[in-house]
Design a protein around this ligand. Sequence first.
Ligand code: GRF
Length: 205
Amino acid sequence: MFRLGILISGRGSNMLALSDAVRDGVIPGAEVGVVISDKACAAGLERAAERGLKTVVIERRGRSRVEHDQEIHAALVEHRVDLVCLAGYMRLLSADFIEAFRGRIVNIHPSLLPAFPGLDAQAAAIRYGVRWTGCTVHFVDEDLDAGPIILQQPVPVQEDDTVETLSARILKEEHHIYAQAVALVAGGELKIEGRRVLLKKKEGN
Ligand code: GRF
């Protein structure tokens, strides 16, 4: 089994979407090994536990980023995680952590990267006046929201959109493409060449 370790800090709707996708066979051969939150109050924790998923809380508690990440690393190893899925995880990861899991960390971001990296991407899209924004699933490297892109889904911005209405329209697509992207990674179907993520050629083609 290909095991997912899902990192959350809050609501956890993408975590639930991945868990549903595993259950429904959208990510064949995969299982959720552990859900880790850096916040004991994350709403997603309870929802994960209701589904019988293993949950672990690892709070920062005034420690350095490196120490905190080492504990998360240990929990991921303990639960034999193959792929780390960031799902609304609100902390930057240390360079050591990223190196240890190079090519095995993915993130979902609510814009069409490289537009609007960082926090409040939906508000930034409205402020800028773009007609289209969307969401991106990408591998994680040392730079914020900048690793090689796996999948993107455009979403229109409407004139009467608020941050809430636009975020909800994007979130629906996030849930869909995150599961699709994780299925591609779990199936060993991708290779990274520089910045580009390419589909491996199937044997016989
Ligand atoms: C999502 O919009 C995701 O793109 C961003 O943080 C939000 C997390 O939402 N990284 P949820 O916790 O998955 O519901």
